[in-house]
Structures are given as structure tokens and as C-alpha cells.
Design a protein around this ligand. Structure first.
Ligand code: SAH
Ligand code: SF4
Length: 385
């Protein structure tokens, strides 16, 4: 007999589940609060829950935690967990404390099928989607672990913000993602405001439109290039959903978004996408089109990428072009460097069930912009993946 994982169920689904067991729906709210607000998974400890419900749940259901493989703490307070999700796959979750908030960076897939050239998860290939229960279990564990460690009292929260910026492309795991987002937002769950839950996407246009309808939260879009030719190389999904369509989806998203801007992420790659000319092209692309902010991410290198981080001065100069054009721009601080917890370094352990790794190794190296401009080489137009 399979044991139902209650972490897969958002509150409406848990109510339906309890009704099927012949229980009143308010019991589901009690159960949900025990699990998510209090971090209790043992039904016997849920003292005010009707004995009849506890008896029905015993042996039939559980709140299934993820098995922890490792926990690493950085000197800057960042914490990283590696969770076993079975069949040789492992995913990572990162807790990032700051002065005025604490953010949890959550994974949505074991690996990723998009295969961005600068991303270590992308280089690993794709294994499978995480279930809703596996997505929320990362928050469940981190929230209650950190609450205990920080000595927080009842009603105090350890995590104030969630970003879906760990391993995987959240909008390619839409059906499992949305109930997990609803649990984050639910007042009986984690009670996070829509503005403090961010979905980051490489640009799955139809799913941006669906998210606007189903569960609008803050949106970050990984742009990384001002034109299609370059973005095709860096983010292969661009061939399917080119920049103009992506910006169209962003404009529509703003009609329902909890924030009145879209955040564009831009990973700064030495000699590839980081010149003042790229910055000016970016300004022309977005300035008269939609309200947005830029977050420049210094590239976090990993051996197989063959790419380098832009020097600090180049990142600053790039940011200045954007700022001078009136675009709010921040440079992301690198956190958890000593434990490989920075953006794009989340590698986990993934059994590639696609041929992504083979395609990656076959891919022609990206030509630095400077070299291409100097005519020393031709643009790698044959870089079809
Ligand atoms: N798949 C989603 C969310 C996960 S990646 C997306 O692509 O948006 C989260 C962020 O980390 C993205 O902006 C991504 O471009 C960035 N990133 C990936 N690899 C990186 C690297 N090696 N260095 C810096 N940022 C990286
Ligand atoms: Fe996937 Fe995002 Fe990495 Fe691209 S950057 S490979 S979409 S996880």
C-alpha cells in the first residue's frame, strides 16, 4: 500500500482529502497548521486533532521529509543542504540571512533541461521534476531547523523570502510548482506575501501567462543577453521563445503581478555579454517597453563551463550605463562562496536521463564579443543544440 504524502497537498487539497476520510474540512486546517506552522509530522503529537482522524491517518499518510545528505554552513551565515530525492538524484537548498530578511533558495527539479551554457545545473542534464511535497519539504525543513537554531518563539519566522532559484526551471514543472507556491502564501502555512515569493525563469512564455492567472508572485526573468543571436547561445530556450515574445509575456504579467516591475537577471560573462555596447542595447530593448529592474550576477565559474567572470570594473561600468538610462540596477553579492552555494553553483547530484551532457560537450565554445568584433573568428551560427 502506498503511503500518501501530505506535503503534496495544499490546503484545498488537504480539505478534500479529509472529506474523503469522512472528516470535517476544519480538521484539515488544524492538520495543515500542525504540519507547516509548527513543523510537526508525528500525528500522535497533534494533541487537539480528533482521535478518529489521527487513527485514520496512521499508516495511511505521512508528512514525508527529505533525507539530508549534507548540511554546510558558510562563514557568512549562509547554509546549504543537499537532499536525497532517490534514484541517485540529490538537490540543493540554500538559506541566506541578511540584515533585514532571510531568503531561502529552493530547487524545483533534479537537474534542468534548459541547458544554459553558464549554469552548472544545466551542464548536468535533466533527471526529473520534483513533486510538490519535495519542493515544500525544502522550506518545511529549513524554516523549522532555523527557527529552532535561532531560538525563535511561536509566531516568529526564520524565513521571510523564498526564491525559486535553486536547481531547475520552475516553469517547466508548473503543475507541481503552483500548489507549493500556494502553501508558501497560505496564512495557515508559511504566510509569505506574494511580493516575497519570487519565481525565476529562463523564459517559458506560455507558463508565465498561466502563472499570472493561477498564482501571481514576484517574477524574475533570466535575460543574460540583449539580442536573440547571443541569447540563443546562452539560453537555448530562446530559440523557442525569443526575446520579443518573452518581453510581451512580461508586459502581460505586470497586469497581475504583486510588484510593479519585472526583475531581469543578467549573468556577467567575461568578453561574452558584458561590454558597454551590450548595456546600451539592453537599455534600448527595455526602457520604453516595460518597468523593470536589473540584477547583475557576477558569473560563478565551474570547471566545465570554459567561461570566466567579468572583472569587477566591467560589471560596474555596465551597471553605470543602465543606471544612467534610469534603470534601477543592483549587483548581486556573492554569498556562501566557501560552500559552493552561490548562484549557478548548485550542482547536487543528478543522473542525467537526457542527452544534455552530450549536447553540451558538443557545443561550440562561445566566442568572446571582443574576438568576434575584431573579425578574428566567425560567430558560431552552427551552435544548434
Ligand atoms: N531556472 C531558473 C531558476 C534557477 S537559476 C532561471 O534560469 O531563472 C537562478 C539564477 O542563477 C538564474 O538567473 C541563472 O541565470 C543564474 N545562474 C545560473 N548559473 C549561474 C552561474 N554559474 N553564475 C551566476 N549565476 C548563474
Ligand atoms: Fe536551468 Fe536556470 Fe540553469 Fe538555465 S540557469 S540551466 S534554466 S537552472
Amino acid at each position: 500500500m502506498t503511503i500518501d504524502n501530505l506535503l503534496d497537498l495544499d490546503l484545498p487539497a488537504l480539505k478534500a482529502y479529509c472529506e474523503r476520510l469522512g472528516e470535517k474540512s476544519f480538521r484539515a486546517t488544524q492538520l495543515f497548521r500542525w504540519i507547516h506552522q509548527r513543523g510537526v509530522g508525528d500525528f500522535d503529537a497533534m494533541t487537539d486533532l480528533a482521535r478518529s482522524l489521527r487513527a485514520k491517518l496512521a499508516g495511511a499518510a505521512e508528512a514525508r521529509p527529505l533525507r539530508i545528505l549534507t548540511e554546510k554552513a558558510s562563514t557568512d551565515g549562509t547554509r546549504k543542504w543537499l537532499f536525497d530525492v532517490g534514484a541517485g538524484d540529490a538537490v540543493e537548498t540554500v538559506f541566506i540571512p541578511e540584515d533585514d530578511r532571510a531568503t531561502l533558495c529552493i530547487s524545483s527539479q533534479a537537474g534542468c533541461a534548459v541547458g544554459c551554457r553558464f549554469c552548472s545545473t544545466g551542464h548536468q542534464g535533466f533527471s526529473r521534476n520534483l513533486s510538490t511535497g519535495e519542493i515544500i519539504a525544502q522550506l518545511w525543513h529549513a524554516e523549522h531547523r532555523m527557527r529552532a537554531e535561532l531560538g525563535l518563539g511561536p509566531g516568529e519566522r526564520a524565513i521571510s523570502n523564498v526564491v525559486m532559484m535553486g536547481m531547475g526551471e520552475p516553469l517547466q514543472n508548473y503543475a507541481q510548482l503552483v500548489p507549493a507556491l500556494r502553501m508558501m502564501l497560505d496564512d495557515h502555512g508559511y504566510g509569505l506575501s506574494r511580493r516575497r515569493v519570487t519565481v525565476s525563469t529562463s523564459g517559458v512564455v506560455p507558463m508565465i501567462d498561466r502563472l499570472r492567472e493561477d498564482c501571481p508572485v514576484a517574477l524574475a526573468v533570466s535575460l543574460h543577453a540583449p539580442d536573440d543571436a547571443l541569447r540563443d547561445m546562452l539560453v537555448p530556450l530562446n530559440k523557442k521563445y525569443p526575446i520579443d515574445e518573452l518581453l510581451g509575456a512580461c508586459e502581460r504579467y505586470l497586469e497581475a503581478a504583486p510588484r510593479d516591475f519585472i526583475t531581469f537577471e543578467y549573468c556577467m560573462l567575461d568578453g561574452v555579454n558584458d561590454t558597454p555596447a551590450h548595456a546600451r542595447a539592453l537599455v534600448n530593448l527595455v526602457r520604453d517597453r516595460l518597468p523593470c529592474k536589473f540584477n547583475l550576477i557576477p558569473f560563478n565559474p565551474f570547471p566545465e563551463s570554459g567561461l570566466k567572470r567579468s572583472p569587477r570594473e566591467r560589471v560596474l561600468a555596465f551597471g553605470e550605463v543602465l543606471i544612467d538610462a534610469g534603470l534601477v540596477t543592483t549587483i548581486r553579492k556573492t554569498r556562501g562562496d566557501d560552500i559552493d552555494a552561490a548562484c549557478g553553483q548548485l550542482a547536487g547530484e543528478v543522473q542525467d536521463r537526457t542527452d544534455a551532457q552530450r549536447r553540451m560537450t558538443r557545443a561550440i565554445p562561445i566566442v568572446p564579443a571582443s574576438a568576434a568584433q575584431a573579425g578574428r573568428t566567425t560567430a558560431p551560427s552552427s551552435n544548434k543544440q
